[in-house]
Ligand binder design. Structure first.
Ligand code: C2E
Ligand code: CA
Ligand code: CA
Length: 644
């Protein structure tokens, strides 16, 4: 009897089976009753043989109709429990009525009819047990309500046949009850096992759709939600927006404070983002420091911008990294809208991502809505990508060289090599354009190796005392195969590694710091030097210079271009120059175009200068002529002629 009878799920399962069996029970009971009434019709009073059976028939028809129309969908677990209790009560009353009625017929019949009453009661017990198997208490109650009066009544008759029947029925009932209880227990176990399996699979489903760290929905769930939202919007004609959110300074925190702090920060970010998520504002973590949002039923630019501003405000407020450190993270957001800027989930996702990418490049910390201009840009990019894929890189790529001048002595200690692409289809394409596209299209490693071959050839021809810079993309540094090939090419070239300076950007370090550090160490060990390029253009930290023992920093052109009108730029440049001197790091200032800028920089302590003022990037063949023009101007000094 220790079955979980108050379990709502079990009650529901019981009711499901009973709803099919109870009508059958009513039909059996009534048919049995009609048969019994028929055998007594001539002997018993009409009340017992006509009125009562008619009432049974009416009742039976009513209940069969009820159960036929009964729908389980509107009944919950608690409702099912109430139903079961009602069934027990109804069954008990009916049991008493039927038993009383059949025993009341007994005195009116002959011996056959007496046997019929006994048979009727036995068959009723068996039918009840079978039809109510899933409702143990009702079956037992009914069995006893019929069986006890039946046994007592027939024992009193002292008729041997009837007493034998009682004994038989008692044994059969006992057997049936045992079987019923076993079935009943198996049924309950099955229901509980099914429920547990369902819960487990629900839990698995939930986990498979949830980001473990932040508790937000994950990328898979986001894509499914995007598909659903799109399908619903296509049907109803609604508008919606898809946003890609990228944290601006997360990687810096991760690198400086460790992955543990990074994880805790992501948890806090997840908790903040969850506060603005809702039925029509879906927010998920897509991976790393990227999040996605779906704004349902949102068409207006103002509403999108307002939501973006709320999001940014949340992420702009400082986060506690530990007891003493706070960090402001900030984010960039790219948005695409349905139906205006994309018709498929892939289009919308890609366009929001492109808007984000564009924001990251040109408008960090802003909300960028995918626009017609970006659409044109995508088209141009894919044209360039196609041309790059079809290009004969050995023939079409070449290197330009821009001198780096010591402005205090006019010596030329080095050059920077800069990629140039002359496409037969598109003409000259600037590296500022094709390098990012090559990175995006994963063509950059191949391109770098082609350029490095040309670079090694050129270094042999440039004056022997010069150090020549080669630009590495972030993608190169995180490709072991490419970096191994570069080292192999350098070793086999006969060029002294001391003449090779690799320029890397902070982005390369942020991508995979450990791998970058490892590569830098190998390059250092070979004797090459490493420069941190574009210093000051993004999030810049001298910490890297120190930690990675970098040899050179190149102060970004953006500092120089407004140096004359800025109060802070000269101060920053001066302190950078001082810091570099203390750390014994070489400092090159890039992008110097005017004598006035040069004069100001010299007064701040600058020494090594690269810029149009001295020379624009030139073909290798033009370098000798450039040296000669300087000599004509009586500028110094070195045996500056091309070698070989
Ligand atoms: P970068 O490495 O910062 O290169 C310096 C850029 O500034 C060059 O542009 C150069 O021509 C330009 N520049 C130098 N002095 C001045 C000046 O006084 N005024 C102005 N307005 N600009 C000046 P370029 O050659 O167009 O290259 C652009 C960017 O493309 C490079 O920036 C670098 O990030 C990338 N790049 C160029 N060559 C390569 C390469 O071989 N590999 C990789 N991975 N990237 C490259
Ligand atoms: Ca560079
Ligand atoms: Ca630079």
């Amino acid at each position: 009897m220790a079955l979980p009878y108050d379990d709502p799920d079990l009650a529901h399962a019981q009711l499901t089976v009973l709803a099919r069996q109870i009508p059958m029970l009513f039909i059996i009971l009534t048919t049995n009753a009609l048969a019994l009434a028929a055998t007594h019709i001539d002997t018993a009073p009409p009340f017992l043989t006509i009125v009562m059976p008619a009432l049974f028939c009416l009742l039976c028809a009513h209940r069969v109709r009820f159960w036929h129309r009964f729908s389980l969908t509107s009944v919950d677990g608690a409702g099912a429990l109430r139903f079961l209790r009602t069934i027990t009560r109804v069954v008990a009353i009916l049991g008493l009525v039927f038993t009383g009625w059949s025993l009341a017929l007994y005195p009116y019949g002959d011996s056959y009819a007496h046997c019929h009453v006994a048979f009727y009661m036995s068959i009723t017990v068996v039918s009840c047990i079978l039809c109510l198997t899933q409702h143990r208490s009702a079956a037992l109650l009914l069995t006893f309500l019929v069986l006890i009066p039946f046994t007592i009544f027939f024992l009193i008759t002292e008729n041997l046949v009837l007493i034998a029947m009682v004994g038989n029925v008692a044994i059969v009932t006992w057997g049936l009850i045992i079987i019923m209880l076993r079935n009943n227990r198996s049924f309950a176990k099955l229901v509980v096992a099914q429920r547990n399996a369902q819960r487990l699979s629900n839990e698995n489903l939930r986990l498979a759709q949830q980001d473990g760290l932040t508790g937000l929905p994950n990328r898979r769930r986001f894509m499914a939600e995007l598909d659903d939202t799109l399908a619903a919007a296509q049907q109803s004609g609604a508008c919606f927006a898809v946003g890609m959110i990228d944290l601006d300074r997360f990687k810096a925190v991760n690198d400086s404070y460790g992955h543990g702090a990074g994880d805790r920060l992501l948890e806090q970010i997840g908790a903040r983002l969850a506060t603005i998520a809702g039925a029509d504002r879906f927010i998920a973590r897509l991976g790393g420091d990227e999040f996605g949002a779906i704004l349902k039923d949102t068409a207006s630019e103002a509403a999108i911008l307002a939501f973006g501003a709320r999001l940014q405000a949340l992420l702009d407020a400082p986060f506690a990294l530990n007891d003493t450190a706070l960090a402001t993270i900030g984010c960039s957001i790219g948005v695409a809208t349905f139906p205006q800027t994309g018709q498929t989930a892939e289009d919308l996702f890609e366009r929001a991502d492109y808007a984000l990418y564009d924001g990251k490049q040109h408008r960090k910390g802003e909300i960028v809505l995918f626009s017609q201009a970006l659409e044109t840009e995508i088209r141009t990019s894919s044209q360039i990508e196609q041309a790059l894929r079809n290009a004969d890189l050995e023939r079409e790529l070449w290197l330009a060289f821009q001198p780096i001048v010591d402005a205090t002595t006019n010596a030329v200690p080095g050059f920077e090599s800069l990629a140039r692409w002359q496409s037969p289809e598109l003409g000259a394409v600037s590296p500022g354009v094709f390098i990012p596209i090559a990175e995006h299209a994963q063509l950059i490693n191949h391109i770098t190796l082609v350029l490095f071959g040309k670079y090694l050839d050129a270094v042999r021809l440039l004056p022997a005392h010069t150090i020549v810079s080669f630009n590495l993309s972030a993608h190169n540094l995180s490709s072991r195969a490419t970096m191994a090939k570069i080292q192999e090419m350098l070793r086999g070239s006969g060029v002294s590694p001391s003449r090779v300076s690799f320029e890397i950007t902070e982005t390369a370090l942020l991508r995979d710091f450990d791998l970058a550090a490892e590569t830098i160490e190998t390059l250092h060990a070979m004797g090459a030097s490493i420069a941190l390029d574009d210093f000051g253009a993004g999030f810049s930290s001298l910490g890297y210079v120190h930690r990675l023992k970098l040899d050179k920093i190149k102060i970004d052109r953006s500092f120089v271009s407004n140096i004359e009108n800025s109060e802070t730029a000269p101060k920053i440049i001066r302190s950078l120059i001082d810091l570099c001197r203390n750390l014994e790091v070489v400092c090159v200032v890039e992008g110097v175009e005017t004598p006035a800028q040069l004069a100001l920089l010299l007064s701040l302590g600058a020494k090594l200068i690269q810029g149009y003022l001295f020379a624009k990037p030139m073909r290798l063949e033009a370098v000798t002529a450039w040296y000669e023009s300087r000599n004509r101007l009586a500028l110094p000094l070195y045996p500056d002629r091309l070698c070989g």
